[in-house]
Unconditional design. Structure first.
Lengths: 316, 231
């Protein structure tokens, strides 16, 4: 039992940190634009595909460095020549633009790389068990994912709260006019934030590609959960996004690892159903089966009982 | 130094500025007076690039109409908005640091000097700006703009809703700004401070300048005060 718990916690942490790498960029971009960027997970997918193509010729490590940079530059260009123009026409136009962009990227990925799953592998260098506990191995690659994520978050936190540019960014997110009046180039700052946000999504894609498989649907699969996280955490709140990411990562991981199900619950309640009841599928549901819908269940509950999310502020 | 010629501005379809003309010379203190809603705040916002201008705005001989706010600010034009838009989650010191355009540039103002002038701010240097009183926020907002070392500072209703003692502090700071050779455009509804410190005054009504003169001439022009200023 203990080993199940420890490994479920570690795997939940891996997922949670990965989710936060997407959610942190998404929530920063939300504070800036005032709308959710529906194409955010598409940049995550591009990260995985670019890294896959680069790794074929130059190896995994080159991909890890260059794929996020390419994705970040693409993101900055999208902000500069797409969103900045659409912005003048209001939030609905922006929302529709990012929606269209998500479809465009998905189609482009299928066009260039095909609809099949790519054989994108983690590097041989990390192909060993990091440690063995109760006879179960924890892969070094997952440990590496945790390490990279935490390193990135600590440096981001440091830049955002301690450096001059970080303070300017914080102020520009909430008071763009005032910051511009003080002589800071706010459009450039916004382009930079968008670029860094999408580059972070790119890093997540590079790291997740080998674990969660690289295929054209990967943006949709993770994207919907990232939206859930940003809403649960509270729109625009980095701390909220962090808590929600880890929460959902652990929740899903524990649910998958447990073997509890409706039969156990019914047993406790002392109710018995015959196996050939028409609703037998419902009575035999297990927790691992409903794990994928738990985030959305949590979303509905949060929206009902705490509409601003865990750490969100009510709009003035 | 600043020359505004035939300036028009619109909010949607409403025509707010209807051909405004005025100028400010170097080191001069000029007040822009008028009742609420005549377009005083819109005039400074338009000069600063926050509202789209039609017409000509020349600053130090450079046409700035159509430029971005940050470009205008970097030319040496400072703006203190009416709403005291401090950054509430940042500390007092960080608010002032944000006013600096770059860390290395030499300025006629320094943070330590500001803290000496306003001990209230100095004592709360590491406190979030949001917890300051209205008067302290006004001071912080003015000091923040000064950190960028403007050659002309436009200040929108700095004494609005402040206690008389703090109004006096604002007046002292305005005098200090002028003494250091910075030109001031003071936007006000009340005459009190404006009459005391201004070299020249403009009165606005219905989106246009309706009177130009000195404090002495305005005091004698009872008809102007009655028609455009008194409530």
């Amino acid at each position: 039992m203990l080993e199940v718990f420890i490994f479920a916690t570690l795997n939940g942490l891996v997922t949670g940190l990965l989710l936060f790498m997407l959610a942190s960029g998404l929530t920063l971009i939300f504070s800036m634009m005032g709308v959710l960027n529906f194409a955010h997970a598409s940049f995550y997918m591009l990260g995985a595909y670019f890294a896959y193509s680069i790794s074929l010729h130059f190896g995994f490590w080159t991909g890890l460095i260059f794929a996020p940079i390419i994705v970040g530059v693409l993101g900055a260009l999208v902000e500069r020549y797409g969103l900045r123009r659409v912005h003048q026409h209001g939030h609905v136009a922006e929302l529709v633009f990012t929606f269209g962009l998500a479809f465009l990227i998905e189609e482009a990925v299928q066009f260039f790389w095909g609809a099949d799953t790519k054989n994108y592998q983690s590097p041989d260098l990390l192909d060993f068990p990091l440690f063995t506990l109760f006879g179960q191995e924890f892969p070094a690659y997952r440990g590496f994912m945790i390490g990279i994520s935490i390193t990135i978050f600590i440096s981001l936190y440091y830049v955002l709260t301690k450096s001059r540019i970080g303070i300017i960014i914080q102020a520009a997110l909430t008071h763009p006019h005032t910051v511009s009046n003080l002589g800071h180039n706010v459009p450039l700052i916004f382009m930079g934030v968008f670029g860094v946000g999408t580059a972070l999504a790119g890093v997540a894609g590079v790291m997740a590609g080998p674990v969660l498989t690289t295929f054209p649907g990967m943006a949709v699969v993770l994207g919907s959960i990232v939206f859930v996280i940003v809403v649960i955490g509270g729109l625009g709140s980095l701390a909220g996004a962090f808590i929600a990411s880890i929460l959902i990562g652990l929740l899903q991981s524990y649910a998958i690892a447990s073997d509890l199900g409706m039969p156990d619950l019914l047993n406790i309640l002392g109710i018995e159903f015959s196996r050939d009841h028409p609703l037998t599928d419902l009575w035999t549901l297990t927790l691992p089966q409903i794990a994928p819908i738990l985030p959305f269940l949590l979303l509905v509950l949060v929206l009902i009982f705490r509409p601003t999310g865990l750490m969100g502020k009510r709009e003035q | 130094m600043l020359k505004v010629t035939n300036l028009h501005a619109y909010y949607g379809k409403s025509h707010i500025l209807q051909g405004v003309n005025f100028n400010i010379q170097e080191g001069e203190i000029v007040s822009l007076l008028g009742r609420n809603g005549v377009g005083r705040s819109t005039a400074v916002k338009t000069i600063m690039g926050e509202v789209e201008p039609q017409g000509s705005i020349e600053f130090k001989g450079i046409e700035i109409a159509g430029k971005n706010s940050f470009e205008i600010a970097n030319l040496g034009l400072g703006y203190v908005p009416e709403n005291r838009d401090i950054f509430p989650t940042l500390t007092v010191r960080q608010n002032l640091q944000l006013g600096q355009k770059s860390v290395n540039e030499s300025s006629r103002w320094s943070i330590e000097e500001m803290f000496k002038m306003f001990p209230n701010l100095g004592e709360r240097a590491e406190v979030a700006g949001g917890v300051l009183s209205g008067g302290e926020q006004q001071m912080l907002c003015m000091c923040r703009t000064l950190m960028g070392d403007p050659e002309l500072i436009m200040i929108d209703e700095p004494t609005e809703g402040l206690a008389p003692k703090i109004v006096e502090q604002v007046a002292n700071l305005l005098q200090e700004i002028a003494d250091r050779g910075v030109a001031i455009l003071l936007v006000e509804q009340k005459l009190s401070i404006a009459l005391k410190i201004s070299h020249r005054l403009y009165v606005m009504g219905h989106g246009q300048i309706v009177y130009e003169g000195t404090p002495e001439s305005l005091m004698q022009a009872d008809d102007v005060r009655a028609e455009w200023l008194e409530v």
